[in-house]
Design a protein around this ligand. Sequence first.
Ligand SMILES: Cc1cc2nc3c(=O)[nH]c(=O)nc-3n(C[C@H](O)[C@H](O)[C@H](O)COP(=O)(O)O)c2cc1C
Length: 203
Amino acid sequence: MFYDARKNDHGLPHDPFKAILAPRPVGWISSMNAAGAVNLAPYSYFNGVCSRPPMVMFASEGYKDTIAFIEETKEFVCNLATFDLREAMNETSAPHPRGVNEMERAGLAPAPSVLVRPPRVAASPCALECKWLQTVHLSDVDGNALDRHVVFGQVVGVFIDDRFLRDGLLDTAGMRPIARAGYHDYFVATPETKFSLKRPTEP
Ligand SMILES: Cc1cc2nc3c(=O)[nH]c(=O)nc-3n(C[C@H](O)[C@H](O)[C@H](O)COP(=O)(O)O)c2cc1C
């Protein structure tokens, strides 16, 4: 099949776009506003964009609390969402009124960050402490301004739970990170689904 994405005329019961662009890492983003209120929400239009210096991005479909808080204080933390934390992660996506602390609501303990003010999720095995770099406000191919915003941040501090460091390597599969797919689906990384490939130029 083929469909015209601008008409969205796929004729399927649900839009397949997110099921194609999958699995996506989940940036579980904690932020704080100028008054010190804490916010936590998952974003799967999320990824790293470079490693030196390490930088990340996430996209907000609508001007949500996370982006509003980040633009106030210019800091945020990307917590790793894991299989063990999946229910709490999902709970933090509920559309609470601005000012409600989703971390508290989901029964998650905060832990202080080192280089930024927003706390990390204590139970998450990795957290990237970020400073805001810029927000790109998107327009479509016809030049229409959209309520779609991409935030870029530089990672200035990295928390790793030492239990997942083995012989100097981070055991990603051991943390069982979850990744978002389409519909209500997710994937989980496990040792069984891991494989390795050396780049052609490597010995
Ligand atoms: C796994 C998952 C991934 C999500 N990814 C995004 C995303 O990339 N962009 C977005 O705008 N909303 C996304 N959402 C929805 C937001 O989490 C939801 O709108 C939330 O209430 C936003 O919270 P905030 O207003 O506190 O920032 C996602 C939800 C879930 C469960």
